[in-house]
Design a protein around this ligand. Sequence first.
Ligand code: MG
Length: 384
Amino acid sequence: MKKISLLGSTGSIGVNTLDVVERYPENFQICALSAGSNVELFAQQIRKFKPALAALFDISKIDALKELVADLDVEIVSGQEGAVSAASYSDADLVVSGVVGSAGLLPALAALRAGKNLALANKETLVIAGELVLKEAECTNTKIIPIDSEHSAIFQALNGESPERIKKIILTASGGPFRTFSLKEMENVTVKEALNHPNWSMGAKITIDSSTMMNKGLEYIEAKWLFGVDTNVEVIVHAQSIIHSMIEFVDTSIMAQLGIPDMRVPIAYALTYPDRFVSELPSLDLATMGNLTFEAPDLVRFPCLQLAMDAMEMGQTMPAVLNAANEIAVQAFLDELIPYKDISEIIRMAMHNHRPVELKELQDVLDADLWAREEATKLITVTH
Ligand code: MG
């Protein structure tokens, strides 16, 4: 029986993880849960999965939660410390992080520090503090198992071979809902259009990131940290999202991982690794699929991808600034405060105004993150 602490249980990854856990009641047990602010769903999950510890990030809703689960034997904690308690919960064999955004960093570090293997869906953790996170995992001899479908694909394609044999990683991208839009058409797309992803059903933040291809930019950085910062990573647009990514080895042989676009597949692999369990999900039907297509990404129409590659190249605190400015700009677009095309402009200006510093400790990341949030907010207020 593997005991799991699940962080971000009410988000898209969290809900899918619980779906997987429920399918294998003899193999997995939830010992701790953490969530942001969706009290109603969180209470239902606590009732169903009976964790010993439940952490709610939003302190203002803690009384409402306590009332909803008053009849249950569960310890309720709150705030950032609560999330950290869930992440380092002593009984847990594996911590799964599906937290959205940079809020995932502290719990992820806490899990590794407590000696827990970490199944990571929260890409921001590696984007903003890759160096520190890897150092922590090395010190405590813990493993980071990627859940992000592309990185799970690379992890599976690598299948125990040395990352030194990688010639390049071929990171596939769906291209999102605006893959075929002209630059002019992309200027005034609405929130509703941007939230309509052709292949994947995900949360709002990541769906907008997919439409701007910032998601691929963040994944580019994530891949560098997971598989070697000097590893060559190439992005290719593959509209059908069937090949989840590939590795070309030094002998030019390419290994690809294919499957239906359903997050429960990479989640299950992270939970069962290094084993694989029988799944009731539908098989991929290639004959029905027909064609798989590939094209180079257009960095003019999708400037966010270029900005992310630049941020990784510049290093230090620049990826943290890219990420924080993006979070603020995406939220402003969702709140209809800025037009779609300004998302990349806000990030570009924040990066331009930032003086990167060396990333020596956690505080350097937190300072850069806060600076970028304030800078992006200021840029939005000044220009709109
Ligand atoms: Mg992905």
